[in-house]
Design a protein around this ligand. Structure first.
Ligand code: HEC
Length: 164
C-alpha cells in the first residue's frame, strides 16, 4: 500500500500532529514493523537455542525430536567405532572421556560418557553437533562424513555413555 500516492484531502497548512510530516513518519514505521518484528523474533530464537544447547552450536529446533534411523546393533557399533577411532578419538579420547591428545586445555573435548549428557543430547541434537561442529573448537563433519556415517558414529558415541 502506498498511502502517499492516494489523493490527499486538503489540509490547513501550519503543522499540528495531523500534518504531512507525521503521516509520513507513521507509514514508514508501519513498513518497518515487519522487519523489526522479524529481527526481534530471530534474536529470541537464537537466544533460546543457545540457552538450550550451549552457544556456538548450530542446531535447528526440530533436531530435538528427530530420532536416529539406525538401530545400535553389532554391525552399526563396529562401524561406528572405526569412525570414532579415526575422527573423534584424537580429541574425545579412545573411550570418549575427553582426554585425546588434540583436546585443548583451554576448551577440552566433552566427556561423552557422562550420563548427564543423555538429556542434553537427543539423537537429532547429537547429529547436528557432529554435522556442524562448534567452530573453532570442534570441526564440522559435513562434507567429510555422510549422513549415514554421522548417524553411525552417533550410535557409537551413545553406547559410550555410562548408565544414568
Ligand atoms: C578437534 C577436537 C575434536 C574433534 C576431532 C571432535 N570433537 Fe567433539 N567436541 C570437541 C570439543 C572441544 C567439544 C566441547 C565443546 C563445548 O561444549 O564447548 C566437543 C563436544 C562434542 C559433543 C557435545 C557434547 C555435549 O554434550 O555438549 C559431541 C556429541 C561431540 N563432541 C561428538 C564428537 C564426535 C562424534 C566426533 C567425531 C565424529 C567429534 N566430536 C570430534 C572437540 C572435538
Amino acid at each position: 500500500m502506498q498511502p502517499s500516492r492516494l489523493p490527499q484531502p486538503a489540509r490547513p497548512s501550519g503543522g499540528g500532529v495531523g500534518g504531512s510530516t507525521w503521516r509520513h513518519y507513521n507509514s514508514d514505521m508501519l513498513k518497518l514493523f515487519p522487519v523489526l518484528a522479524g529481527v526481534l523474533a530471530g534474536c529470541l530464537l537464537s537466544v533460546s537455542a543457545a540457552a538450550q544447547y550451549g552457544a556456538g552450536w548450530t542446531i535447528p529446533a526440530e533436531a530435538k525430536t528427530e530420532k536416529s534411523p539406525l538401530k545400535a546393533d553389532a554391525g552399526v557399533l563396529k562401524k561406528g567405532k572405526s569412525i570414532f577411532d579415526a575422527q573423534c578419538a584424537k580429541c574425545h579420547g579412545a573411550t570418549g572421556v575427553g582426554n585425546g591428545p588434540d583436546s585443548s586445555p583451554d576448551s577440552p573435548a566433552a566427556d561423552l560418557t557422562d550420563p548427564f549428557r543423555a538429556d542434553l543430547n537427543p539423537d537429532g541434537v547429537m547429529y547436528y553437533r557432529v554435522l556442524n561442529g562448534k567452530p573453532p573448537v570442534m570441526p564440522a563433519f559435513k562434507g567429510q562424513l555422510s549422513q549415514d556415517e554421522i548417524w553411525t558414529v552417533v550410535e557409537y558415541a551413545k553406547s559410550l555413555r555410562k548408565p544414568q
